[in-house]
Design a binder for this molecule. Structure first.
Ligand SMILES: *Cc1c(COP(=O)(O)O)cnc(C)c1O
Length: 455
């Protein structure tokens, strides 16, 4: 029997609006707080750090927000992305489940990150900003921001988590090729970087530290703004183009997902694919499960606590209501660098608290097993981050087989792993182990949050 392998939309069918779930959430997220006053942040608190257009989106409750034409024109370089029936994977698993994936790895930088990098550079550009700073974990966000800044003629300084800087030299070369400056974080360039090196000698760095450095630099110059690749509401908003396209494509395929799965770092690709489907649950009571897949070594949604916490290590960002492991939690240096973040975006955290999204944590070796099954069945080598989504999709497909049930599974392939081959090399040569965080370590770092909570 012939099944359609790939469902593609024409450029004209690309969505013209992003979907803002804040319009439909039964309980809105609690407001971010100014760490000094413990009062909700004001726009003037945020303006030294972020472009105004992005701050407006951060707090907007409009359901549909128009995608500017210049942004759509750049999206056209790689969008709409294909929805693919994972027929090879279905066969390899011998499952009655139908598995689909949205292939975000086709973007020029190899991941979904460009979906938000382009509009973030755009809104900064139209406000006259000259320079951008940012952090990057595995290098995916930095790569995306590098080409987005080049498109709009902006200068870019990237603070790259040290362990990735060392493990992934090609990602740094990608950023340099697009014209960005890249520093290993913690660096000697910022006060906080120097302090971190003293406090944690030999540290492999973390996203939280890198954010602190990038924000410090933005605060020092009015023509420099900071951008963040995940966690914040406006980033989720931009990423909803993934789910909005997938919604149309699933309709063409004649199927509707029972379960939508994505890996989870700060929540942007998960929110991107899942929130447009969640809207059907709000509007029509659709029975649909949304599962976030996170690493067992950084399990904020499954073992963290819902509290106010900083987005970075040093406490430069506002206090955000989120599931967190504590801002000074130091995740093990797993290969899925993009998932080594202590917290989760406020929107997804609130949805999780309200029981509207689920989460599963997975060990590193299970994710690479899943990645290799997928690579051999579908021909695409997934990013180490994306293998977490694949692992949960495989769990769901095998459950369907056990139960002898048909089921439609949709997952997001957030990126390819062709610049992460060292990770596969380590796995294939038996060098990778699993790391479960001891409860005492989580308790200790979460315990320190007590003083940050509002009265
Ligand atoms: C950054 C990244 C992630 C994690 O970030 P989210 O904001 O949670 O999506 C996942 N996959 C890839 C390929 C990434 O680059």
């Amino acid at each position: 029997m012939k099944t359609t392998k790939k469902i593609v939309l024409s450029e004209d069918e690309m969505p013209k609006y992003w979907y803002n779930v804040l319009a439909d959430m039964p309980n809105k997220p609690l407001p971010p707080l100014n760490p000094k006053t413990r009062k909700p942040v004001t726009l003037s608190d945020l303006e030294p750090i972020f472009a105004k257009g992005l701050i407006e989106q951060e707090v907007s409750t409009e359901r549909w927000i128009e995608i500017p034409e210049e942004v759509r024109n750049l999206y056209r370089i790689y969008r709409p992305t294909p929805l693919v029936r994972a027929s090879g994977l279905e066969k390899a698993l011998d499952t009655p489940a139908k598995i689909y994936f949205k292939n975000e790895s086709v973007s020029p930088v190899g991941s979904h990150k460009l979906n938000s990098a382009i509009p973030q550079a755009y809104y900064n550009k139209i406000e006259g900003v000259k320079s951008i700073t940012t952090e990057t974990g595995a290098g995916q966000w930095g790569s995306a921001m590098s080409i987005a800044c080049k498109h709009f003629g902006l200068n870019l300084n990237v603070y790259m988590v040290k362990v990735s800087y060392e493990q992934k030299p090609y990602r740094k070369a990608v950023m340099n090729t697009y014209g960005a400056n890249v520093f290993a974080s913690p660096s000697d360039t910022t006060e906080i970087g120097r302090k971190m090196q003293q406090q944690f000698p030999g540290t492999s760095g973390s996203l939280g530290m890198a954010i602190s450095e990038a924000v410090e630099e933005a605060l020092k110059d009015p023509n420099t703004k900071y951008t963040l690749g995940s966690v914040l509401n406006h980033v989720m908003l931009h990423q909803t183009i993934i789910g909005l396209e997938a919604e149309k494509q699933m309709e063409i395929a004649g199927d509707y997902p029972d379960v939508v799965i994505a890996c989870f770092g700060g929540g942007s690709n998960f929110g991107g694919i899942a929130l447009p489907f969640l809207r059907h649950k709000f509007a029509e009571g659709k029975d649909i499960r949304l599962i976030a897949a996170e690493p067992a070594s950084c399990p904020k949604l499954t073992r963290g606590k819902f509290e106010y916490d900083f987005g970075d290590t040093e406490g430069y960002t506002p206090l955000l209501p989120m599931y967190t492991l504590g801002h000074d939690f130091e995740p093990a240096s797993i290969h899925a660098g993009g998932l080594r973040y202590h917290g989760a975006g406020s929107i997804v955290s609130q949805l999780r608290k309200d029981g509207l999204v689920e989460a599963e944590d997975i060990n590193q070796t299970e994710t690479f097993q899943a990645g290799i099954i997928f690579a051999r069945a579908e021909g695409i080598i997934p990013a180490p981050e994306s293998t977490h989504a694949i692992a949960v999709a495989i769990r769901e497909a095998l459950k369907a087989k056990e139960e002898g049930k048909e089921k439609v599974i949709l997952f997001n392939l957030s990126g390819h792993g062709l610049i992460d081959m060292m990770a596969y090399e380590d796995y294939l040569s038996g060098k990778l182990g699993d790391y479960e965080v001891p409860q005492s370590i989580i308790d200790e770092s979460i315990g320190k949050l007590k003083d940050l909570q509002p009265e």
